[in-house]
Design a protein around this ligand. Structure first.
Ligand code: AMP
Ligand code: MG
Length: 357
């Protein structure tokens, strides 16, 4: 399949043409990748089971891992969900449009292909202009998971989408204005107590201010076995993983530096290529083949924005091992560490407090 790559520029009439063309593709049951404020999405008509099934094919995604449905107006919620509680409405009013996905009981209009066989539907109203415009121009609800091959880090740049999806989908809208860099916060509003199924830019604290009690699903922090049926099915699959073996080294700062340097030295002596993922303050302390900084240590937003691109860049450099410092978890950093830990397949080494402490 030939993939049309359409770049958004300052030429407004050309941009109009791009959105018209993309809308036509979507209305005809095709696939279009587009930027959102979180990561790039891979979109199809959410109410067309055949169109939605193409998403699973293109991504190599297991069919029980449901898609998020993107809307442009609050009222659309009532066309997808059978029950919308007062709490859910409060949440929508507080955070939409924005990086928040709500799980609600689905109604009959939403095919099970879109929801991975579940009786609930995930809904989000994105704030990114390209996403909103595509939903409005096409006049459909767009099912869109992240536009990466299943298991790979989510795409935050058009080049990531092109490398994963060229030849597999109809069209890519290229516009490198992804701001956040991590997928949306997912909150399950279909049960008694709201529960976070995936941390994101909107934190538990922010949610609690609106909802009161908010639980965190145990699957957020635990490894899931293949037989388990977690509430967010995506949680049981390998995620965000670079080709290289990724290990997180935690502990006191100097101990982490020493331990990473020691492991890097051993691997390089054995002929392997080693990458290190660090904060700007410490990136000069490492001896490895490739050292990448995500930003200043306290800048959690920069870490969120740069994490997935950094993981992909390590792969392009052909490193065999990546050793990563831990990053702070006060705000969006919690989501950063959630993705990093999953990318590492929960491999965390404790460097302790070191000899000098
Ligand atoms: P992605 O945007 O690629 O991260 O994929 C969508 C995410 O939303 C996956 O982690 C899904 O497991 C999650 N999701 C979508 N629909 C539901 C649902 N009905 N219940 C729980 N999680 C869902
Ligand atoms: Mg994804």
């Amino acid at each position: 399949m030939e993939t049309v790559i359409a770049r958004i520029t300052s030429d407004q009439s050309e941009n109009n043409r791009i959105y018209e063309q993309a809308s036509e593709v979507l209305r005809n049951g095709g696939l279009v990748a587009f930027p959102t404020e979180t990561v790039y999405g891979l979109g199809a008509n959410a109410l067309d089971a055949k169109a939605a099934s193409k998403i699973y094919q293109a991504k190599g995604r297991p069919s029980d891992n449901p898609l998020i449905v993107h809307i442009a107006d609050m009222q659309d919620l009532f066309r997808l969900a059978s029950e919308v509680s007062g709490q859910a409405l409060k949440l929508a009013e507080a955070f939409w449009p924005g990086p928040l996905t709500m799980i609600l009981k689905k109604n009959a209009a939403v095919p099970e292909t879109t929801t991975g066989g579940l009786d609930t539907v995930a809904v989000r109203m994105p704030s990114h202009q390209a996403a909103e415009r595509l939903i409005r121009t096409s006049g459909i609800y767009i099912a869109a998971p992240s536009a990466n091959l299943s298991g790979k880090p989510s795409p935050t740049k058009a080049s990531h989408v092109i490398s994963d999806m060229a030849g597999r989908i109809d069209m890519i809208i290229a516009d490198d204005t992804v701001e956040i860099g991590l997928e949306s916060t997912i909150v399950d509003m279909s049960g008694q107590v709201p529960a976070i199924l995936r941390p994101g830019f909107i934190t538990q604290q922010q949610l609690s201010q609106v909802l009161g009690e908010v639980a965190v699903d145990p699957a957020v922090t635990q490894e899931m076995g293949a037989a388990a049926v977690p509430r967010a099915p995506g949680m049981k699959y390998k995620h965000y993983a670079p080709e290289a073996e990724l290990v997180i080294v935690q502990g006191q700062e100097q101990a982490v530096v020493d331990r990473i340097n020691q492991m890097a030295e051993e691997k390089m002596a054995a002929g392997a290529k080693v990458g290190v993922l660090a904060a700007e303050e410490t990136c000069g302390c490492y001896k490895a083949d490739v050292v990448k900084a995500l930003g200043k240590r306290a800048d959690e937003a920069a870490a969120a924005k740069n994490l997935f691109a950094a993981l992909r860049e390590f792969d392009s450099c052909g490193v065999d091992y990546i050793y990563s410092e831990p990053f702070p978890t006060d705000n969006v950093g919690q989501a950063v560490m959630n993705r990093l830990i999953k990318a590492a397949g929960h491999t965390i080494v404790d460097a302790g407090i070191g000899e000098k402490a």
